[in-house]
Design a protein around this ligand. Structure first.
Ligand SMILES: Cc1ncc(COP(=O)(O)O)c(C=O)c1O
Length: 353
């Protein structure tokens, strides 16, 4: 059997699937939006389901028109995919040959190196500085085909300034992807740099911000020539019919989006302060999750996660992930009620020490 498998696929470590989070648990594991999409969006999904015997629009023209208006880009600058994860892999497929290097600042989002390995490329990790800012000097020295930069970054929650992106673009001759998956939380973008830099790609997602994680939808904005190449390599039907209907309807309902984003950002500030008051270090976040350092309390991330899990609360143990030691965990910002339950149990863990 082994002889049939591509050698670079053999080298990939088995990634455990996400744990089951039982009904009724406080689920802050992946960093999902705690609120469902608006009733209009749910209606649009139900209406699209009535024609589910028909294939979706393979070009996604109506979706791209809406996105063009939303981003103030041209339709010809947009590619859509089955979540931004799908587009990360498409980018590696289009730009990276086997054994070519992809630069990934760490801590960073795991799909960057997973997709690189799936395509036979070589991920090159470049450590961020102690405060999680990019180490630009090291990044620009590396010889690579592609660089993935999260802004805001997962799991550190911080943005990269436009000046830093310009410096990288000026000093490197390769494709630079700025992943703005959390854009609506941060309101920080480098979209306007697309006019100057043909090698820049801005990647976005509707999973966390619009609460559409279950449908899978992401898009990227880039120079039309790059988009033409993406369209050569993309699947025939990259985005399903329900997702296309949901995205169109979501982009018609921006007031609902704004209200949810505002609630989550307010809760984020409360949670940041209260977790900090317990003695943890909480990193400032421009997303809907928090990275928490546990070292000051001498508890590992693993212990926190296990203890919360025994109380049916799910946060993520990201200790020992690339670029991190054992003293970290990551939690989504939930509803006010969920956040209060999390705080109550964190308090108990701290006082039981
Ligand atoms: C930085 C970043 N990019 C991309 C993604 C993938 O998002 P999706 O595939 O749901 O669009 C995530 C998901 O956690 C992320 O954190």
């Amino acid at each position: 059997m082994e002889k049939y498998i591509n050698p670079w696929i053999k080298k990939i470590k088995q990634r455990p699937f996400n744990p089951q989070r039982p009904e009724g648990s406080v689920d802050l594991y992946i960093g999902e939006n705690p609120y469902p999409p608006s009733p209009h969006v749910l209606k649009a999904i139900a209406a699209a389901a009535e024609n589910i015997n028909k294939y979706p629009d393979s070009a996604g023209d109506a979706v791209k028109e809406k996105l063009a208006a939303y981003t103030k880009a041209n339709k010809e600058q947009i590619v859509i995919g089955n979540g931004s994860d799908d587009l990360i892999e498409l980018m590696v497929k289009v730009f990276v040959k086997q054994k070519e290097k992809v630069i990934i600042p760490i801590p960073g989002y795991f799909s960057y190196w997973r997709s690189t390995k799936i395509r036979g490329g070589v991920p090159v990790f470049v450590n961020r500085k102690d405060n999680f800012e990019l180490d630009i000097e090291k990044i620009v020295q590396a010889d690579a085909k592609l660089v993935f930069i999260g802004s805001p970054n997962n799991p550190t929650g911080n943005i990269v300034s436009q000046e830093e992106i310009i410096e990288i673009l000026e000093k490197m001759d390769c494709i630079i992807v700025v992943d703005e998956c959390y854009f609506e939380f941060s309101q920080n973008t480098v979209i306007d740099l697309l006019q100057t830099y043909e090698n820049l790609i801005v990647l976005r997602s509707l999973s966390k911000t619009f609460g559409l994680a279950g449908l899978r939808f992401g898009y990227a904005i880039a120079h039309p020539t790059l988009i033409q190449y993406f369209n050569k390599a993309i699947q025939m039907y990259p985005v399903n019919k329900l997702a296309q209907a949901a995205v169109i309807s979501s982009l018609d309902d921006l007031e609902y989006l704004k209200a949810n984003i505002q609630k989550i950002c307010q809760e984020r500030e409360v949670l940041t302060e209260k977790i900090g008051d317990l003695g943890f270090t909480v990193y400032p976040s421009e997303t809907n999750f928090l990275l928490v350092r546990t070292e000051a309390l001498n508890i590992s991330g693993n212990e926190i996660v296990a203890s919360l899990k025994s109380n049916n609360i799910f946060v993520q143990n990201i200790g020992l992930k690339p670029g991190l030691d054992a003293y970290y965990f990551k939690t989504a910002i939930g509803t006010k009620e969920e956040n209060e339950i999390l705080l109550k149990h964190l308090k108990q863990i701290v006082s039981n020490r």
